[in-house]
Design a protein around this ligand. Structure first.
Ligand code: SAM
Length: 375
C-alpha cells in the first residue's frame, strides 16, 4: 500500500481518517458529487472550499489510558486498549506541541488514568483547543475531585512550561458511560474564555461551548454568510443553534435585530460577552431549544440561520419554517443526509445557492452552506 500522510493510519493503529488513502482532489470531487445528489443539481453550486489536509483541527479530544508513569493519549482500539496519538497530524501545531507536556503533567501531578473495564482511576480525557493566535484551553475530565488539589499545586509549573495555556479547567464526569464530559466545570485560571479571532471577530469561547473544529473553514463559513445575505435587507435575523454566536455576530449591523438561540448556557454566556464587548445592543442571545423558541415566537424574522448538530433541524422546525412565511433561510449543515430530509419537509423554501466547505478532510464528512428562498 502507498504510504499516506499518517504513520498511524499506515500501521493500522487508527482509521478515523477513513478517506486518507484517497488523493485530496478526489476526496473533494466525491463529496461535491454526493452533496449535489442529496441536495439537488438545479441550484447555483459554487466551487468547494478546500482545507489544509493536515494541521487544521483546533480541538484534541484525547482518551487517557495506561499508567501514571506511561500515560497513553489518544483513542481506544476495538479491544478497549489505548492507542497513543499524541502526534496526530490533524491537530494544529500548538496542540501537537502541548500534548507531550500534558503527558508529563499526568506523571508530575500523579493523575491516574481511568481504567474503563476496571472502573478505577481518575483522569478520563484531556480536551485541548487552540485559538488562531496560539492560545490554548486545556480541560482535564476527571471522575472525581480527588486529584483537584494536585492539579492546582502543579499548575504554575505547567503554565511556565506551556505559556500558551491561557485557560485551564477541570470537568467532572463521574458516570461510567461513554460521554466525553460532564456537567460540572471548575475553571482554574483567571482567564475563563479562549479568544477565537475568526472572520474579523474576537469570539469568546468558554469551556463546554461548541466551536467549529476547523478554524479556517469556520472563518470561510461566517464570511460567506455575510456575503450571501448582505443584500437581503433583513431587519430581523434569528441564529438558531448559535453556539458562541459566529453567524449572529457576523451578520450584526446597526438597526438589525439579531437573536441567537442555543441550548448550552456556557455558549450563550460566551456569545453575550462578545456582543457586549462589541457594543452590539441589537444582538441578544438566549438559552433554550431552537424549535421551542421558533414555534412560540410572536412573529417570524426576515432571515433565519440554522446550524444544527448532525441530526438536522427535524420535522417540527422544518414544518414551522415551511409555514412561517420566512423569506430566506441560511442552512449550514454538517450532514447532507439530514439536510436533504429537512429540505424535503420545506418544499416552499427552494435552495438557490450552495457551497461545500471541507471542514473535515480525510473523512466522508463536510459542511455545506445553502441559501433557501421562498418560492
Ligand atoms: C453545529 S453546532 C453550531 C454552533 C454555531 N452555529 C457555530 O457556528 O459554531 C450546533 C449547536 O447546536 C446546539 N444545540 C444542540 N441542540 C440544540 C437545541 N435543541 N436547541 C438549540 N441549540 C442546540 C449545540 O450546543 C451546538 O452549539
Amino acid at each position: 500500500m502507498t504510504a499516506t500522510l499518517c504513520h498511524h493510519f499506515d500501521a493500522g493503529r487508527c482509521r478515523s481518517c477513513s478517506w486518507l488513502g484517497l488523493p485530496y482532489d478526489a476526496q473533494l470531487d466525491d463529496k461535491q458529487r454526493q452533496v449535489a445528489a442529496l441536495v439537488g443539481t438545479d441550484l447555483a453550486w459554487e466551487a468547494p472550499v478546500a482545507s489544509a489536509q493536515l494541521g487544521f483541527r483546533n480541538k484534541a479530544k484525547m482518551v487517557v489510558t495506561g499508567t501514571v508513569d506511561e500515560p497513553t493519549l489518544g483513542i481506544l482500539d476495538a479491544a478497549g486498549s489505548g492507542v497513543d496519538l499524541r502526534d496526530c497530524p490533524l491537530h494544529t501545531p500548538g496542540i501537537r506541541a502541548a500534548l507531550p507536556l500534558l503527558a508529563d503533567f499526568v506523571r508530575t501531578a500523579a493523575l491516574t488514568p481511568y481504567d474503563v473495564p476496571a472502573r478505577r482511576g481518575e483522569l478520563k480525557h484531556l480536551l485541548v483547543t487552540e485559538s488562531p493566535d496560539g492560545g490554548l484551553m486545556v480541560r482535564f475530565v476527571l471522575r472525581s475531585q480527588e486529584p483537584g488539589a494536585r492539579i492546582r499545586k502543579h499548575l504554575p509549573a505547567l503554565q511556565a512550561a506551556l505559556p500558551a495555556m491561557v485557560v485551564a479547567s477541570v470537568n467532572l464526569q463521574p458516570e461510567h458511560k461513554a460521554v466525553l464530559e460532564g456537567e460540572r466545570e471548575i475553571v482554574l485560571t483567571e482567564q475563563e474564555t479562549l479568544l477565537m479571532r475568526v472572520a474579523g471577530l474576537d469570539l469568546h469561547l468558554r469551556p463546554q461551548s461548541f466551536f467549529q473544529t476547523n478554524t479556517v473553514m469556520a472563518a470561510e463559513l461566517y464570511e460567506r454568510a455575510r456575503a450571501w445575505t448582505g443584500d437581503l435587507a433583513a431587519a430581523s435575523i434569528w441564529d438558531l443553534y448559535c453556539g458562541v454566536g459566529g453567524f449572529a455576530l457576523s451578520l450584526a449591523r446597526p438597526g438589525v435585530a439579531v437573536t441567537g438561540i442555543e441550548v448550552s448556557r456556557e455558549a450563550v454566556a460566551s456569545a453575550s460577552l462578545t456582543a457586549a464587548e462589541l457594543g452590539l445592543s441589537d444582538v441578544r442571545f438566549e438559552a433554550g431549544d431552537a424549535t421551542a423558541y421558533a414555534v412560540r415566537a410572536a412573529a417570524p424574522p426576515d432571515l433565519v440561520v440554522v446550524n444544527p448538530p448532525r441530526r438536522g433541524i427535524g420535522p417540527e422546525l422544518s414544518g414551522w419554517l415551511e409555514s412561517s412565511g420566512v423569506e430566506h433561510v441560511l442552512y449550514s449543515s454538517c450532514n447532507a443526509t439530514t439536510l436533504a430530509a429537512d429540505l424535503a419537509a420545506m418544499p416552499s423554501l427552494r435552495p438557490v445557492r450552495g457551497q461545500l466547505l471541507d471542514m473535515f478532510p480525510n473523512t466522508g464528512h463536510y459542511e455545506v452552506l445553502t441559501l433557501l428562498e421562498r418560492r
